[in-house]
Write a protein that binds this ligand. Structure first.
Ligand SMILES: [Zn+2]
Length: 283
């Protein structure tokens, strides 16, 4: 399915905290960290591509005023300027202007807070994900986990939503109905993982050594998909569609059973994050 040699580097830009028992069935009452992971994909022809961006200072600016401050109060965020995607990319010799594309899993603030930092990037996402937040402001935006000020002013002009021309058939044993071959070269295949947010996508992408499935917020931890532990019912309040969330969650577990060698990366997985901190970049 995938023939192009890409390099994939996972990084985290800040984290928030939640009670473990809300995030996973049978979890303890302790507070756990939720890293905001993002990925750099280096494509031989398309150049530097990001999958999401994690947090930036702008999250704090946007949540400094009412009613967006409610978002900040509900979700304590920990972040230093060294955590930003821009800072970490510069350390790798990549300037913000070098980022050609940013693939957006969905429009929650912890995934889009860095978009304004990349002046040349085109934005790739499912239109349905954007429509779910497009006209939201104030309290309505907060309830959708969205902060409108995070989108660049020319966001729509630089958008290239995924369209029908990208549709491909996936191997029939996979539980997803359709694949979307984003660059039409087999390098980055998006799949629908709705429920947590409308129109959420995950991507399958391979480096020379490993195949990855970056599944965004379809599941919150590796333990959750391995042991099939759904979040507490209370977490349902922040899901766009509880029924779809459950269906998608079970599909991720199914993929894990089918392809145990595939590196499934939930965007907020502490286990993945600890691996990155301890041992480099999970390549
Ligand atoms: Zn998230």
């Amino acid at each position: 399915m995938i023939e192009v040699d890409t390099e994939i580097t996972l990084m985290a830009a800040g984290y928030c905290t939640h009670k473990e028992r809300v995030t996973i069935r049978g979890g303890s009452s302790r507070t756990v960290r939720f890293p905001a992971l993002f990925a750099l994909i280096e494509h031989p022809e398309k150049g530097h591509i990001l999958f999401d961006t994690g947090y930036t200072e702008r999250f704090f600016e946007e949540t400094s005023r009412w009613p967006y401050s409610l978002y900040g109060r509900m979700t304590p965020v920990y972040y230093t300027p060294q955590d930003s995607a821009v800072h970490q990319l510069r350390q790798r010799g990549i300037e913000p202007a070098d980022i050609r594309y940013i693939i957006l899993s969905h429009f929650h603030a912890d995934h889009i807070a860095g978009l304004r930092d990349f002046p040349n990037a085109e934005f790739i996402y499912l239109q349905e994900a954007y429509e779910a937040v497009r006209y939201r402001k104030g309290w309505s935006a907060v309830t959708a986990g969205y902060l409108p000020g995070l989108l660049p002013n020319d966001f729509e002009a630089r958008s290239v939503p995924i369209d029908e021309s990208c549709l491909i058939k996936l191997p029939s044993e996979l539980p997803f109905k359709r694949g979307m071959d984003i660059f039409q070269d087999g390098s980055v295949i998006a799949v629908d993982v709705p429920g947590h947010a409308a129109g959420q996508i995950g991507i399958m992408v391979s480096s020379k050594s490993h195949a990855y499935f970056l599944c965004a917020d379809a599941v919150w931890s590796s333990r959750a998909y391995r042991e099939q532990l759904l979040p507490h019912w209370m977490a349902g309040f922040i899901m766009a569609n509880r029924v779809q969330y459950r269906e998608t969650f079970l599909k991720i577990h199914q993929v894990y059973k089918l392809c145990p060698e595939l590196r499934i990366v939930p965007s907020h997985c502490t286990e993945v994050w600890e691996m990155l901190v301890q041992g480099g970049d999970m390549r």
